[in-house]
Ligand binder design. Structure first.
Ligand code: NAI
Length: 256
């Protein structure tokens, strides 16, 4: 399949985990890729080599997407690299485990600024570009099952992903006249560095797996496959939705 021939995708937070899998998957179907992270490192270098070896172009643009001006600059710099962007994957995200009563403003801002504010203004910059060049666009946001289900001690994270759910629902209507589609992908428990502590803790892992009907963690590639679908013309009539990639976690029923 070459669903992304002549397409250019910007994937935020793409030097590891789900973002890296998205970058590789989109490239494997023909896209040129703008990788992003806070700073260039050997993982970015490795991904550029991997994507280049697939016959596609890849460039890294450093930006901390939690600050509005940074994310606006990232989108505009990314457009300059290969002359355009067709697909924006807002993947970068952070989480913090805190009792609600202990959360400080800085900790709240760290989560909300990355997971919601940066995405909000990144989409705004991308859509301004699409509108000014009369170009269609596709946005895929990396949400979470926690846009839908609770996660005690992760209140800011849940607030950010819940906000992302409504941002996407709202923008689908507002951006449809501009030919811009926007959807969320909501991963469940995926085997990535963000879940390092969980993967290393057999007891906790067993507890988590009890709640997953498919009884296994997902792979970054499982998420990337759904991102690729939503970014492609196969999903041309899909906007304002969330696709769950969770092994059945969100709506599971536990036998008593
Ligand atoms: P990860 O921690 O392995 O990777 C996240 C990447 O984003 C890292 O490369 C990190 O450096 C980058 N990043 C974080 N803040 C950034 C910032 N301000 N500016 C630029 N880059 C930044 O995480 P993972 O697991 O790959 O998660 C990716 C997305 O998927 C996140 O939005 C996360 O909330 C979401 N997700 C992950 C789940 C999982 O089980 N792994 C479950 C549900 C959602």
């Amino acid at each position: 399949m070459n669903r992304f021939e002549n397409k250019i995708a910007l994937v935020t937070g793409s030097t590891q985990g789900i973002g890296a899998a998205c970058a590789v998957r989109l490239a494997s179907e023909g896209a040129d890729i703008i990788l992003n992270g806070r700073k260039f490192d050997e993982r970015a270098e490795g991904l550029i080599s991997q994507i280049t070896a697939m016959g596609r172009r890849a460039t890294f643009v450093a930006a901390d997407v939690s600050a509005t001006q940074n994310v606006v600059n990232l989108v505009n710099d990314a457009i300059k690299v290969y002359g355009s962007i067709d697909i924006l994957v807002n993947n970068a995200g952070v989480e913090k485990n805190h009792n609600f009563l202990d959360v400080t403003e800085d900790e709240y801002d760290f989560v909300m600024d990355t997971n919601l504010k940066g995405i909000f203004f990144g989409i705004q910059a991308f859509v301004k570009y699409c509108v000014s060049y009369n170009k269609p666009g596709v946005v895929v946001n990396m949400s979470s099952v926690h846009e839908e289900i609770i996660f005690p001690h992760f209140a800011a994270y849940c607030a950010s992903k819940g906000g992302l759910k409504m941002l996407t629902r709202n923008l689908a209507t507002e951006l449809a006249p501009f030919n811009v589609r926007i959807n969320n992908v909501a991963p469940g428990a995926i085997s990535t560095p963000i879940n390092h502590a969980l993967i290393e803790n057999a007891e906790l892992l067993e507890k988590v797996l009890k709640n997953i009907p498919m009884k296994k963690l997902g792979k970054p590639e499982d998420v990337a496959a759904v991102v690729a679908f939503l970014a492609s013309a196969d999903a041309e009539y899909v906007t304002g939705s969330t696709y769950f990639v969770d092994g059945g976690l969100t709506y599971h029923y536990e036998e008593q």
